[in-house]
Design a protein. Structure first.
Length: 365
């Protein structure tokens, strides 16, 4: 039925005019009707409830129609409400002024039932279409933000930026990237002993902390593989000292894992060198890394003791003046042969002793 749920405000100081308008609107099926005897009352009512249309007289005491119209059209919460001006025949110049101020239309006194019906319906239909458009735009914006969130969940921020700008992420070779791998000690037996809901919940809580640590160090999470976590420094975000950032990150992650239930221990491996990076897949995007640097960092992890960060000797040279460390001698690395393994004990203060567990970032609880 016409008018169901559509709120109309009639503003006129003349009681006969208000009565005539309201009676005719009711005949057209409009039931949600309100009336105000002057401009100030009208503004109070507009502040208190939602209206879809205003029928506004020009000549009124206390506050005239011009002032009410100006207030409505400058108030961001009210400006989209259509306004039909009520005028006498000799007020047409004033009506033109009101149209210029933003009024949708006008009605002359005495009221013509056919014109009233047509103009009210036209204004309400415009309002309905504007509201529908706003609703669609809001829904589109929500979908865009949801899509952005999904992209950021699977891709580093730099890759997302490039993807949105060019609709592609060009595969590239990157030099001097520090690659960090870590895994949880005895994670498989832990999975066998505990219900899956607990395993996933506790692992999620730990990964959340890891992500905050990685981001705080200016690094990028690439992916998780089971209980393994892969991150980089100096790939898509500029980092002044990629290896130092990675060592600090690794020590922070070890401290974070020990601080949460079930008090896990980590092994961390870091190696610096060239990598190839790009997106694989069409149905499910995956930003990934390839190359000898990645393989070396992954294989270092199995050689680390629980609770330790290990580096290759060539990578250690990048931080030798900033970290305390101990050599574990030459260790055979699959596909690489013997490589000297360096365990980092802590980050050196600029003027002071080594810090046993790095320079830990504050961990949110």
């Amino acid at each position: 039925m016409t008018g169901v749920g559509e709120n109309i405000l009639v503003v006129d100081d003349n009681e006969d005019n208000r009565y005539t308008l309201i009676r005719r609107l009711r005949r057209e099926g409009y039931t949600e009707l309100a009336e105000a005897t002057n401009g100030r009352d009208a503004l109070d009512m507009l502040a208190a409830r939602r209206f879809d249309l205003i029928l506004l007289d020009i000549a009124m005491p206390e506050m005239n129609g011009y002032d009410v119209l100006e207030h409505v059209k400058t108030d961001m919460a009210l400006r989209d409400i259509p306004v039909i001006m009520i005028s006498a025949v000799d007020e047409l110049d004033s009506v033109v002024r009101c149209i210029q101020l933003g009024a949708e239309d006008y009605l002359s006194k005495p009221f013509n039932a056919t014109l009233l019906k047509a103009r009210v319906r036209a204004c309400l239909e415009k309002k309905r279409l504007r509201d529908l458009e706003a609703s669609h735009l809001k829904a589109l914006d929500a979908e865009r933000r949801r899509a952005d969130a999904l992209l950021h969940a699977v891709l580093p921020s730099g890759a997302v930026k490039e993807l949105k700008a060019s609709n592609a992420v060009v595969p590239r070779r990157y030099e001097g990237v520090a690659v960090l791998f870590c895994d949880i000690v005895d994670f498989t037996p832990y999975c066998d002993r505990n219900p899956p809901e607990q395993v996933v919940s506790e692992l999620q809580a730990l990964v959340d902390r890891f992500e905050r640590i990685v981001d705080g160090r200016g690094m990028e999470k690439i992916k998780t593989i089971g209980d393994a976590f892969l991150a980089t420094a100096g790939l898509l975000r500029d980092v002044e000292e990629p290896v130092l950032a990675s060592v600090s990150c690794g020590l922070d992650m070890i401290a974070a894992a020990a601080a949460v239930t079930p008090h896990w221990q980590l092994r961390v491996g870091i190696h610096q060198g060239p990598v190839v990076a790009g997106i694989i897949g069409h149905r499910q995007y995956l930003f990934d890394l390839w190359g000898d640097t990645v393989n070396t960092a992954a294989r270092l992890v199995s050689k680390a003791r629980p609770g330790a960060v290990v580096l290759t000797s060539s990578t250690w040279l990048q931080v030798r003046d900033r970290c305390s460390a101990k050599s574990h001698g030459f260790v055979d690395i699959k596909g690489k042969g013997p490589i000297e393994l360096i365990e980092c004990r802590g980050i050196l203060e600029r003027s002071g002793p080594a810090v046993e567990f790095g320079n830990p970032m504050p961990i949110e609880t």
